[in-house]
Design a protein around this ligand. Sequence first.
Ligand SMILES: [Zn+2]
Length: 141
Amino acid sequence: MKLGRQPKYREMKKPLSKFVAGAYEYHFGSWTKALKEFVKYINKDGPNTELPKPNKKEKQNIKKEIKHKTTRDISDRLRFRILMRDGFTCSKCGRSPMKEKGVELHVDHIIPWSKGGETILENLETKCQKCNLGKGNAFSV
Ligand SMILES: [Zn+2]
């Protein structure tokens, strides 16, 4: 073993597995200096160039991801419970198919599912088709 100069990265790879740090230090004088050289080499092309980076698509998904405890679909059973709770009337304008012809009731998320709203009693309300449409327009503006 004869190396009278600073080890290069290629040479460092093997001694790391072949010798313990102490032996390495003995052979090359300064372990910390060698390490500094190694860090310099690693950072030569900018930091972390070797590390995989999430692509743009994945980043967007992470940003958009909302963790829901419930499913978006309102089950018939839950829908019926909301209608019962609200007395089969629109919670906004009070119209009801029992009083008025052609009124259609929808059970809708108060906080939209897309904004993290859950499909739970507290976040669902009865709305007629007109108010439901109005809400849709309000959100698209
Ligand atoms: Zn209404």
